[in-house]
Design a protein around this ligand. Structure first.
Ligand SMILES: Nc1nc2c([nH]c(=O)n2[C@H]2C[C@H](O)[C@@H](COP(=O)(O)OP(=O)(O)OP(=O)(O)O)O2)c(=O)[nH]1
Ligand SMILES: [Mg+2]
Length: 131
């Protein structure tokens, strides 16, 4: 199985809330909450992929991002390499462009949401670092 390279944005707004997006039921890990993003395509950098995905999925334009953590994870049906990027410099009003639910969430409330298993260390680290 080929490992899927994914860019995911930890988008923090001026009120220190983080944007979550709910995966559609037909998608891999459907129904779980994620940091919006998607596959890095051939010839793209991670930040280019993230910029494109965030415009497509949640209607935000990002101006800068930095690597928070990289996680390689094997689901029974899919292998992923996730690059979690911090984003604080962006414009636009978040919208679920694909019909998905989105929510701005306090860092301390992150553990009330069900994420894909690969995200667990990220949620723990965010709650420690941004409290
Ligand atoms: N965007 C995102 N994906 C995540 C996270 N955690 C996690 O395990 N994933 C997994 C789920 C998917 O297998 C993959 C994301 O790829 P994607 O968003 O392009 O996949 P998709 O199912 O929407 O596929 P597509 O048809 O849109 O190409 O990474 C996360 O926090 N954010
Ligand atoms: Mg996606």
């Amino acid at each position: 199985m080929k490992r899927v390279h994914v860019a995911a944005g930890i988008i923090i707004n001026p009120e220190h809330k983080i944007l979550l997006s709910r995966r559609l039921s037909h998608q891999h890990q459907g129904g779980k909450w994620e940091f919006p993003g998607g596959k890095v395509e051939q010839g793209e950098t991670v930040s280019e992929a993230l910029t494109r995905e965030l415009e497509e999925e949640v209607n935000l334009t990002i101006f800068d991002c930095s690597l928070f953590e990289t996680i390689s994870f094997d689901y029974p049906d899919k292998q992923v390499l996730l690059e979690f990027m911090l984003v604080t410099d962006f414009s636009g009003n978040a919208n679920g462009n694909e019909g998905q639910e989105i929510r701005w969430v306090e860092v301390q409330a992150l553990n009330q949401y069900e994420f894909p298993a690969a995200n667990q260390p990220i949620v723990t680290a965010l709650m420690q670092q941004f409290s």
